[in-house]
Design a protein around this ligand. Structure first.
Ligand SMILES: C[S@@+](CC[C@H](N)C(=O)[O-])C[C@H]1O[C@@H](n2cnc3c(N)ncnc32)[C@H](O)[C@@H]1O
Length: 256
């Protein structure tokens, strides 16, 4: 049976890794002498490269689906007067809510084995945190009263869902006309999260290889126009000498 959220997203380790991923400074997080690829802050890049503030109406509303510990939601608040961040993980949402109220949060980052060091996640102080609201929820069963949005961000969410097609099919109804949809994913399909028959790509069918990008276009094209595709690299640090380097594809869509 596929579970909606795996224990990692509720664990101390998951919280610490995502706090570093969303709020950590680049070089200080690694052992001396280690120079990982320089990639910038991923949630910040998702918004900077994905959102076109010049096309937003006054009092724009944004939805960050699968927001984790919330950094992209705060970044969206630079451009939108209301931002709703939703994640399935109770732990992640509790952390995001603490960051929303206090602007900072202490945690411990793993260094080596059982060794840790103290760290602090800080929301950039120029961001108006009052614009942001976080709530626990399921991307496959969203509340009926969520309203509609001018920006919807799905950052590295689709390949962690049991039914990504079902999630994507509801997105056009959440977008205002002209609304911006940002989908990023490294397309890391894994049976632990998504039963193989629900994958959007990464397998062969009778016609040859099925690619996620093509499936996204099939699902979204009746309602949304693809306006750009970009590569956004990211690093998730596990400890001072280990990190995952991935490259998400960001596809940017406009609601017809
Ligand atoms: C790979 S992480 C990406 C987090 C964040 N968007 C980012 O880019 O760093 C996937 C996130 O999706 C959340 N998630 C998994 N299943 C979900 C669901 N059914 N509804 C909402 N969030 C879900 C997880 O809890 C986790 O925070």
């Amino acid at each position: 049976m596929i579970r909606l959220a795996v224990p990692y997203y509720e664990s101390d380790r998951g919280v610490a890794e995502y706090l570093l991923f969303h709020y950590g400074g680049a070089d200080a997080d690694f052992a001396p002498g280690i120079a990982p690829p320089s990639v910038g802050n991923f949630p910040e890049q998702c918004v900077r490269q994905g959102c076109d503030p010049g096309r937003l109406p006054p009092n724009a509303r944004a939805l960050d689906l699968g927001c984790a510990v919330g950094r992209a939601s705060f970044e969206l608040a630079r451009h939108c007067s209301t931002v709703v961040g939703i994640d399935y993980s109770d732990r992640f949402i509790a952390v995001a809510q603490e960051l929303q109220t206090k602007g900072r949060m202490d945690f411990v980052a793993l260094e080596e084995g059982e060794l840790t060091r103290p760290a602090t996640a800080i929301v950039p102080p120029e961001i108006d945190r009052q614009r942001v609201h976080f709530e626990q929820g399921d991307a496959l069963a969203l509340p009926a009263n969520l309203g509609t949005f001018d920006v919807v961000l799905l950052a590295n969410l689709i390949d962690r869902l049991p039914d990504p097609r079902c999630c994507l099919q509801q997105i056009p109804n959440l977008l205002n006309p002209g609304g911006q949809l940002i989908i990023t994913s490294p397309y890391t399909w894994l049976p632990e999260y998504t039963a193989r028959e629900k994958w959007l790509g990464g397998y062969m069918d009778a016609n040859g290889p099925v690619k996620t990008r093509a499936s996204l276009e099939t699902i979204l094209a009746p309602h949304c126009r693809l306006v750009a595709a970009k590569n956004i690299p990211f690093l998730i640090r596990e400890h001072a000498r280990k990190f995952q380097y991935s490259v998400a594809e960001a596809t940017l869509w406009i609601r017809a």
